[in-house]
Write a protein that binds this ligand. Structure first.
Ligand SMILES: Nc1ncnc2c1ncn2[C@@H]1O[C@H](COP(=O)(O)OP(=O)(O)OP(=O)(O)O)[C@@H](O)[C@H]1O
Ligand SMILES: [Mg+2]
Length: 1019
């Protein structure tokens, strides 16, 4: 916690100083720097000191400590502002930006990297692949852009030589979905010339020192920067930058970002071409200028996939269109040729850089974005631009860079100092005005139309005829003589730090800078002969061609004069400022503690100078007098109304302001707020944090409440719908039933009069509710049929029905189609010789045993357990079952009471075998004989039917089994029986009865158990 950071480390927020004076400010800054506390707040602004050493305050653990916390909950840190910007973006769907400013070497680029690292670490908790890949590209792009856009200067070993503004897009979830990088004015003059002790862009040294043997060979290079004019100056420069390892990192980053192999090769071919171009020399041969060594030109031609002759021609000649539309080739002077070559080298590098940025943008741009589907697309911008710089020799580039810093300072003043104060005034808050230096006057000096330096430069560039840098300086001296922030030797003749006709000085917000006007016009014109553009456009390398689309214009095609470099830069910076101004800004103000990159030295004068020009003291004053947070009453109420009983869900007070007052009173924050005309001002973030915490605790309860209400509403709605559905369904069902009856009525109208009682009439498909109904009518139909059966036929019908039920459809032939005559032995047609004998015996038995009816009588063949078969007659009456000897006038052999029978078994085949099971296991196994009535008569069904019917009616259960007719092959000790079927087993306890083609009936395996018998059968 900030409060927990002991006082020995100084004050963590400058607002807490006892007195706001420069001395106290500097004292606190120094103390904190010496104690290793490099960050200090001014409210939400972070003041960052460059530690010039690795600090143990970055990484995963620290990120976790800052994640989702309020600013004052932890010691000051970049992570805290990053989180504040992220929270504002996520909570309030506000676009935010983090502006990092400070002079060259103050630590802006490092800060921007930590900010990116933090944002990457706290987003995408779900590890979604597409979000991870966006984050990866955003992080990796840094490494590539630094290699191509940074260089060692005398002030910073890794100085950004271009401005970078990166927008990161977020979805409604707060996960990065893409981004966009804007780059500003690359200091391309560095490609061809560096000040003493400085280096060209890192990329050249990385290639020469880190490129493999084969790579360098294929690029016609040797690994020593001293061999190339463009890298010679920096070849010996000591730097903390490791070119070799960085080369590897860049190669892998290019790959990760998605550059193809051809694109990567092309990038290095262009770098090599630039290096070789620097080594091209010219000589004057009589009238004309020649290239000294053709070999280098050929290598350039090969690397750029162009024709060597064309390369030579572009270097030595320029094609111009005469007034009459004629095209002529004009030879260069040696000076022109050198100028052209350098302009070409610079342009090649600049376009390469621009192309790399646009290629990265094409990878990270937000794709398939649909605001309806994905919600508001919010943005966090991170600005890391070249810092204010003063060199011994300051040229056009420093002029542009310092102008850009003026603009950003102006934005800071506008947003933090000016706007803030004017808002207090507008809102009627009591306020004591604080003076601050407004650098608008310097901004105007540079950019004002007609009068500003850029206008004067442009005018000079447009003037036909020989206008030199000195003429331009003269013009500035005349026009700006009265300006308090402009001077030159001519205007201050006694100031010997400037030369006549060479220097002018601007009193910038951050200090006086003397610029040398030499080269200003050329750099502003940024002239490149059209011939080079055409040469590159006609390259066979598609990557190169893509970088030079303007090369397709013909010589005679009239082209508008392009905007000058300064105007282009001004426009881009104005656009940048507009972009920043519409976002909620967060500031990181970087301070460079000393000029010698020492981690311990605190150069008081240098630091105080920076504190002064950055306006930090004024910032503290405004902040101390001011309020950390302000919000329209309506919006404040909307956000916090649930924290007060008088305002939730809606207040009944006269105005929103009164309602807000009620909230504030309830929380006891009266002394920490001021009430403006339209807004509430809250002095300390703590009060706001308390409100936020309370809100966060209440939200789940509110959500539950709303869910409850909504679920109830949904359920009621669903119930209503269901009721309606059931009503409709009921009506429809009734209609369907009625319709079915109408249809049935129509079809069956006359069935009572038809012969089959409507059996042949087809039923309409019934609705589900009426499927049973069909069954009922079947019963009616059956009743109609049965009604007409004469009573004499009824026993037979009943027996047949009983047989049908008992056989369960498993026995196909059971004699249903014939008349069942029951008493076959008494039937003359069946037994013409013996029937009279039987009738007599039957009568005697009837008298003797007292039975009332014959259930069945017929001839049969009996099988005993010794495998012997004999003809017998069977008489079943309602009292007894008799076994008779047909050959001896039906002598009674066996008589069993009917009630000892417990079951009967038949087979599913056509045979006539039947087993009558008894309760005392004395089963009767027999095969019914067909008699003489009909040779194929089946009588098994009849016996089964008659017996089952009888037993059913006497309410005794008779078990019946139908055994599967099985095919088998079995061996006995007599011979092999190969024909059909076993039939019954287990019938006589332990006998298997086999019937085959050669032996009608055979009984075997007498002493086997039924299980073993089954075993045999299975064989
Ligand atoms: N937080 C830090 N921790 C350690 N070293 C740092 C830190 N910030 C800056 N430095 C050191 O300072 C050097 C310069 O920092 P950086 O490149 O960020 O400056 P800059 O403000 O971007 O300058 P320029 O305007 O020239 O681009 C870094 O190379 C690094 O050595
Ligand atoms: Mg930088």
């Amino acid at each position: 916690m900030a409060e927990l950071e002991g006082l020995e480390f100084g004050k963590s927020d400058f607002v807490l100083l006892d007195e706001v004076t420069m001395d106290q400010f500097m004292e606190n800054l120094k103390l904190r720097f010496q104690k290793g506390r490099i960050y200090t707040y001014i409210g939400e602004v972070v003041v960052s000191m460059n530690p010039y050493r690795q600090m143990d305050i970055f990484g995963k653990e620290t990120i976790e400590a800052y994640r989702g916390r309020e600013l004052y909950e932890n010691p000051p840190h970049l992570y805290a502002v990053s989180d504040a910007a992220y929270k504002a973006m996520k909570r309030r769907a506000k676009d935010t930006c983090i502006v990092i400013s400070g002079e060259s070497g103050a630590g802006k680029t490092e800060a921007s990297k930590y900010i990116m690292q933090y944002i990457a670490a706290i987003t995408n908790p779900g590890q979604r692949v597409e979000v991870e890949s966006v984050k990866n590209v955003l992080l990796k792009s840094n490494c590539v852009l630094e290699a191509f856009g940074n260089a060692k200067t005398n002030r910073n070993d890794n100085s950004s030589r271009f401005g970078k503004y990166m927008d990161i897009n977020f979805n409604f979830n707060g996960d990065p979905t893409g981004g966009h990088i804007n780059n500003y004015l690359l200091e391309k003059s560095r490609v061809v010339h560096q000040q003493q002790g400085e280096r060209n862009f890192h990329s050249f040294y990385q290639l020469l020192r880190g490129g493999s043997e084969e790579m360098l060979q294929s690029l016609h290079l040797q690994g020593d920067p001293a061999l190339y004019v463009f890298t010679r100056e920096g070849a010996g420069a000591a730097t903390s930058y490791n070119d070799r390892s960085n080369h590897k990192a860049v190669m892998s980053a290019l790959d990760v970002i998605g550059f193809s192999n051809q694109e990567i090769t092309s990038i290095y071919q262009i770098l090599a071409s630039i290096l070789l171009l620097g080594n091209v020399q010219f000589e004057v041969d009589g009238e004309s200028v020649q290239v000294v060594e053709d070999g280098v030109v050929n290598q350039i031609a090969e690397l750029t996939a162009t024709d060597p002759d064309c390369v030579v021609k572009s270097l030595l000649y320029r094609t111009v269109a005469t007034g009459g539309g004629e095209v002529i080739e004009k030879g260069h002077t040696e000076q022109d040729a050198c100028f052209g070559r350098e302009a070409f080298a610079k342009a090649l590098y600049e376009r390469l850089f621009g192309w790399i940025v646009s290629r990265i943008n094409s990878v990270i741009e937000v794709k398939n974005y649909n605001p309806v589907l994905h919600g508001k697309n919010t943005v966090i911008g991170v600005l890391d631009i070249y810092g204010f710089e003063i060199f011994d020799n300051n040229s056009f580039e420093q002029f542009c860079i310092n102008y850009c810093n003026e603009k950003l300072q102006q934005l800071f003043i506008e947003l933090i100092l000016q706007q803030e104060q004017s808002e207090y005034q507008r809102e009627g808050i009591t306020w004591q005005h604080i003076d601050y230096f407004n650098n608008q006057i310097i901004v105007d000096l540079v950019e004002q139309p007609h009068k500003g330096i850029i206008s004067i430069l442009d005018e000079a560039c447009l003037t036909v005829g020989k206008v030199t840098d000195t003429v331009c300086l003269e013009s500035m001296n005349t026009k700006l003589a009265q300006h308090p922030h402009y001077t030159s030797r001519k205007l201050s003749p006694t100031d010997k730090t400037m030369d006549f006709q060479k220097h002018f000085r601007i009193r910038h917000y951050a200090g006086d800078v003397t610029y040398s006007v030499e080269g200003f016009l050329d750099k502003n014109k940024d002239l490149l002969f059209q011939d080079f553009k055409r040469l590159m456009y006609n390259s066979a390398n598609p990557v190169l061609k893509e970088m030079w689309p303007d090369g397709q214009l013909g010589i005679t095609e009239v082209t508008k004069r392009p905007l000058t470099a300064a105007s282009l830069f001004k426009n881009s910076i104005v656009a940048l400022v507009d972009k920043l101004a519409c976002k909620e800004p967060y500031y990181v103000r970087c301070i460079k503690p000393n000029e010698v990159k020492s981690p311990v030295l605190f150069d008081d004068a240098r630091c105080q100078h920076q504190v002064a020009y950055l306006g930090l003291l004024e910032n503290v004053m405004v902040r101390r007098a001011g309020f950390a947070y302000r919000q329209l009453y309506s919006r404040f109420l909307q956000r916090y109304k649930m924290t007060c009983e008088y305002t939730w869900p809606n207040h009944l007070m006269a105005s929103d302001r009164d309602a807000v007052e009620a909230i504030i009173r309830q929380h006891g924050f009266q002394d920490d707020v001021a009430f403006g005309h339209t807004k509430l001002f809250v002095r300390t973030p703590r009060s706001l944090f308390t409100l936020e915490q309370e809100r966060a605790a209440l939200i789940p309860i509110l959500v539950l409440f709303l869910q409850k209400i909504w679920r109830g509403a949904l359920a009621r709605l669903r119930c209503k719908r269901m009721r309606a559905i059931y009503t409709i369904m009921g009506c429809y069902k009734r209609y369907k039933v009625k319709a079915h009856f109408w249809e049935v009525e129509g079809r069956f109208a006359n069935v009572r009069t038809t012969a089959d009682y409507g059996r042949s009439v087809e039923w309409p498909a019934p609705p589900a509710a009426l499927t049973q109904f069909h069954q009922i009518t079947l019963m009616w139909w059956a009743r109609q049929v049965v009604k007409n059966i004469p009573p004499s036929d009824m026993p037979e019908v009943r027996a047949k029905v009983a047989a049908l039920t008992a056989l369960q459809g498993e026995r196909k032939h059971w004699g249903v189609g014939r008349a069942w005559e029951r008493d076959y032995l008494a039937n003359v047609r069946n037994c013409p010789q013996t029937s009279s004998d039987f009738i007599r015996v039957s009568k005697e038995l009837k008298n003797k045993d007292g039975f009332t009816q014959v259930v069945f009588s017929g001839l049969c063949r009996k099988v005993n357990r010794f495998n012997k078969s004999t003809d017998r007659a069977l008489l079943i009456t309602d009292k007894f079952v008799y076994k008779l000897e047909p050959k001896k006038q039906y002598k009674i052999l066996k008589k069993l009471p009917l009630d000892v029978f417990t079951g009967l078994s038949t087979t599913s085949g056509v045979d006539q075998m039947l087993v009558l099971h008894t309760s005392n296991k004395d089963d009767i196994l027999l095969c019914l004989q067909r008699g003489e009535l009909c040779p194929n008569q089946d009588r098994v069904g009849e016996v089964v039917g008659a017996l089952v019917d009888y037993f059913t009616r006497s309410q005794t259960r008779l078990q019946h089994h139908i055994h599967k007719h099985t095919h088998l092959r079995t061996r006995t000790h007599h011979h092999t029986h190969t024909q059909t079927g076993v039939v019954l087993w287990g019938l006589l306890k332990s006998c298997v009865l086999i019937r085959c083609s050669c032996c009608t009936i055979r009984c075997c395996c007498c002493c086997l158990s039924s299980r073993s018998a089954a075993g045999i059968l299975k064989h």
